[in-house]
Design a protein around this ligand. Structure first.
Ligand SMILES: Nc1nc2c(ncn2[C@@H]2O[C@H](COP(=O)(O)OP(=O)(O)OP(=O)(O)O)[C@@H](O)[C@H]2O)c(=O)[nH]1
Ligand SMILES: [Zn+2]
Length: 213
């Protein structure tokens, strides 16, 4: 076990320009064999007809679930629009849905992210905030880490007057297994700059929860 941990940490290095990790990826054949092992672990026969193509499908699904490891949030945020007639008030994109996987059990946690910021030297395309959520959600995560990473990425790229991030999610590891509490939700927040002021947090929260379209 120790050897495995050591060799992984040698192969794992931070990309020079990015916050993404570079890990030496196993081959497709190795990934599919690992899925066969887990099918046997579950108690089924990977050679029965219905399961024959499953390892290949699971590997493909993993590429989607974890595509954030190959992406850098700064790339999404690099284009700033400065011509906004001096707009300086809060920009809020709310109800950005996400699917992530908890790093403890590798089962989904699912919810919404709300992001507010006060522009300083410009604004970013609204879809770019949702792209930042995708970069971090599509990794093995804790909700707290993901919340902090989203705020840090926006802070770093835009140097805004402040960033507020609110994440609300249900964790399948708490509902479909373990303590089995369906319907509980977890909220995490991260505030920088002007949003450290509790009055700003109230304004952010009021806008997030105000009646929609
Ligand atoms: N703080 C935090 N905890 C999480 C997150 N996702 C899952 N967890 C929790 O991680 C904990 C892992 O606890 P462990 O005691 O190591 O694992 P376990 O024996 O499977 O725990 P149970 O889930 O209580 O059965 C559980 O309490 C999970 O609910 C997350 O995003 N943030
Ligand atoms: Zn979990």
């Amino acid at each position: 076990m120790d050897n495995v941990v050591k060799s992984l940490s040698v192969e794992r290095a931070r990309s020079p320009s990015a916050d993404k990790f570079i890990v030496k990826q196993p081959t497709q054949v190795e990934a599919e064999e690992a899925v066969r092992t887990l099918i046997r672990w579950a108690g089924d026969d990977p050679s029965r007809e219905g399961l024959l193509d499953t390892p290949q499908r699971v590997a493909k699904a993993y590429r989607e679930f974890y595509k954030g490891y190959g992406e850098d949030a700064q790339d999404a945020l690099e284009r700033v629009f400065e011509e906004v007639e001096g707009y300086k008030d809060m920009v809020l994109v709310r109800d950005i849905p996400f699917y992530s996987h908890c790093e403890h059990h590798m089962v989904p946690f699912v919810g919404k992210v709300h992001i507010g910021y006060y522009p300083s030297s410009g604004v970013v395309g609204l879809s770019k905030l949702a792209r930042v959520v995708e970069v971090y959600a599509r990794r093995l995560q804790t909700q707290e880490t993901m919340t902090a990473q989203i705020a840090q990425a926006i802070e770093k790229a835009l140097k805004p007057g402040g960033v507020a991030v609110l994440v609300e999610a249900e964790h399948m590891c708490m509902s479909m297994r373990g303590v089995q509490k369906q319907g509980s939700s977890t909220m995490t927040t991260q505030y920088t700059g002007r949003f450290r002021d509790p009055a700003e947090q109230v304004r952010f929260f009021t806008m997030v929860k105000s009646p929609g379209l």
